[in-house]
Design a protein around this ligand. Structure first.
Ligand code: B1M
Length: 207
């Protein structure tokens, strides 16, 4: 069934993926397992095909939309914690970056871990992050980037926060496929996580 879900995402088959994901959960497969063993590997296949020139952007987008459909089915299972807010997180994908699936998953896992999450969406500029930091006084500011050409906006955001005198009042965490612990250290972020579950763990350890 995991194989079929993976194939449905690769094929851009929304009806199929919703049906199969519902069937999988009702048969007792875990949401995390479906994510790790079907949905994420499907996006890897899509990315590899795009990199080889075997797939075009609209097809990549279709698979991404289908993956978001499956994630919506899994959301209630991933975000099942009804705990008191552990802290506040402002999250967004940095400027000029339109990738939101990973960021949405991180937001979901943070909610599941009991954080109040203010999601600024995609293509978020340093000024918008700063405005949200002033408005919401979050404990954590979380940034996602999927492109080597956009991760470079992360230090701009940190500079803007520092320039406004807010750097000591919040922790900055970063992630996304091209981002590493070394990059986090280099730009002075407080933490890096490789995946959504580790991001929630990291956030808990920081507040
Ligand atoms: Co884009 N894209 N894309 N794309 N795309 C990649 C990232 C790419 C690797 C594909 C490839 O060439 N193999 C490549 C980047 C190359 C690079 O920079 N090194 C690429 C490119 C080049 C582009 C365009 C430039 C293509 C073009 O126009 N010529 C363009 C850029 C648009 C822009 O942003 N300005 C583009 C466009 C798109 C679509 C719009 C078509 C679509 C996005 C749709 C959407 O998000 N709604 C898309 C997609 C789908 C992908 C791939 C195939 C899948 C991304 C994804 O959703 N993965 C991707 C290849 C790949 O990743 N295999 C690719 C699943 C998701 C759950 O994983 O986002 O990595 P991920 O998130 C993970 C972790 O990274 C981590 O946790 C998540 C869950 O475990 N994480 C964090 C993420 N954020 C975190 C934050 C944290 C902590 C952890 O703390 C705050």
């Amino acid at each position: 069934m995991l194989k079929e879900i993976k194939q449905a995402v690769v094929d851009g088959d929304m009806d199929g993926v919703i049906k199969l994901t519902n069937e999988a959960t009702s048969q007792g497969l875990g949401a995390q397992q479906i994510l790790d063993e079907a949905l994420m590997p499907a996006m890897d296949i899509v990315g590899e095909e795009y990199a080889k020139g075997d797939r075009y952007i609209p097809e990549m987008l279709l698979s991404a939309t289908v993956m978001r459909g499956a994630v919506a089915v899994l959301k209630p299972l991933l975000v099942n914690a009804k705990v008191k807010a552990r802290g506040k997180v402002v999250i967004g994908t940095v400027a000029r970056d339109l990738h939101n699936i990973g960021k949405d998953l991180v937001a979901m896992m943070l909610e599941g871990a009991g954080f109040e999450v203010i999601d600024l969406g995609i293509d978020v500029t340093a000024g918008e992050f700063l405005k949200a930091a002033k408005e919401h006084s979050p404990h954590i500011l979380a940034m996602s980037a999927l492109l080597t050409t956009t991760m470079i906006y992360m230090p701009e955001v940190i500079d803007a926060i520092r320039g406004a005198g807010l750097r000591d009042q919040l922790k900055v965490i970063i992630g996304g496929a091209p981002v590493t612990q070394g990059y986090a250290d280099k730009i002075g972020a407080d933490g890096y996580a490789a995946d959504a579950a580790s991001a929630a763990k990291l956030a808990k350890s920081l507040v």
